[in-house]
Design a binder for this molecule. Structure first.
Ligand SMILES: *[C@@H]1O[C@H](CO)[C@@H](O)[C@H](O)[C@H]1NC(C)=O
Ligand SMILES: *[C@@H]1O[C@H](CO)[C@@H](O)[C@H](O)[C@H]1NC(C)=O
Ligand SMILES: *[C@@H]1O[C@H](CO)[C@@H](O)[C@H](O)[C@H]1NC(C)=O
Ligand SMILES: *[C@@H]1O[C@H](CO)[C@@H](O)[C@H](O)[C@H]1NC(C)=O
Ligand SMILES: *[C@@H]1O[C@H](CO)[C@@H](O)[C@H](O)[C@H]1NC(C)=O
Length: 249
């Protein structure tokens, strides 16, 4: 009895320790890309302005984002994402055109058991990657034919998940850079729960701290019948990730 209880404690502390180890990623590398539905003008986890959704945005996988709730160091960062290939399809698809897009991170893609946002610093996601960018798509900011496909060969056009390369870039390269209203965070939610720098560089004075590190990671006290309010939780991402996992996996 005592033995199994200590084991439970050890197990619990391992889980907690693992949850607290954010992923240190290099400025350039490979990752996976999925997509999710983000309603236009929705204020996502970082608290970036509604107008940010008028330009390409993405949610970053939790352990790279750097927080389990609200904002994290990933908020506001801009990345140039280039589509390489798909591999969950049979056969793998290598597009004949090279598509890239510069996105701003405005949302958190929650850590999930074995989904595309499941990587921790010790365990990559199902494709061996430590980062997943969940692109807000479809979006008025991105052409509907952004993702290359070959309908006659595959019988469908949405591969769901892509192998990509990423580069950390200055947000001056982001399509929304010229629009002051698309930069920064909303004021009405209070500065304690929002953080969306216009061009974070990693310095303490222009990069968000981790909301979880500063406030502790709260236990999940929701029950299966708890209502979810829009704007407060990334429920849409969870929903779409589940859909995507079932669809792709
Ligand atoms: C990540 O980098 C930070 C700051 O450089 C460091 O304190 C931390 O130990 C690193 N974590 C890992 C898992 O390497
Ligand atoms: C993004 O990457 C593509 C290549 O995939 C490159 O042509 C383009 O110049 C890059 N854009 C920026 C802003 O780095
Ligand atoms: C689709 O795949 C077929 C078979 O590999 C190929 O012949 C055709 O050119 C491809 N079409 C496009 C648009 O890539
Ligand atoms: C993703 O692309 C990289 C670079 O081309 C390649 O090394 C890797 O094998 C690819 N991964 C998958 C799962 O296709
Ligand atoms: C942050 O600090 C660096 C040097 O410490 C300075 O050059 C930079 O202008 C500061 N950025 C902001 C947004 O205050």
């Amino acid at each position: 009895m005592f033995f199994s209880f200590s084991w439970l404690l050890v197990l619990l502390s391992c889980i907690l320790l693992e949850t607290a180890a954010w992923i240190n990623y290099t400025s350039d590398g490979t990752a996976t890309m999925t997509h999710y539905e983000l309603p236009e003008n929705y204020v996502a986890s970082c608290g970036c302005t509604p107008s940010s959704t008028h330009y390409p945005t993405a949610a970053l996988s939790q352990m790279a984002y750097g927080s389990s709730t609200a904002y994290g160091p990933g908020c506001g960062k801009c990345f140039n994402l280039t589509l390489l290939n798909t591999w969950t399809s049979t056969p793998p698809f290598y597009p004949s055109v090279t598509k890239h897009i510069v996105i701003k991170v405005t949302d958190l893609c929650p850590l999930s058991g074995d989904g595309w946002c499941s990587a921790t610093d010790s365990k990559p996601n199902p494709s061996g990657q430590y980062l997943n960018f969940d692109l807000a798509y479809p979006s008025d900011a991105i052409p509907d034919n952004f993702f290359p496909s070959n309908a006659s060969l595959y019988g469908y056009t949405d591969f769901g998940v892509w192998n990509i390369s990423y580069q950390t870039v200055s947000c001056e390269n982001w399509a929304g850079w010229g629009n002051e209203a698309a930069l920064g965070s909303v004021a009405y939610l209070g500065s304690e729960s929002v953080c969306c720098p216009d061009n974070p560089t990693g310095s303490a004075n222009d990069t968000c701290p981790s909301y979880s590190d500063d406030n502790g990671i709260p236990p999940d006290t929701t029950t299966s019948s708890s209502p979810r309010t829009a704007g407060a939780t990334p429920s849409i991402i969870i929903f779409v990730s589940i859909l995507l996992c079932c669809y792709v996996g």
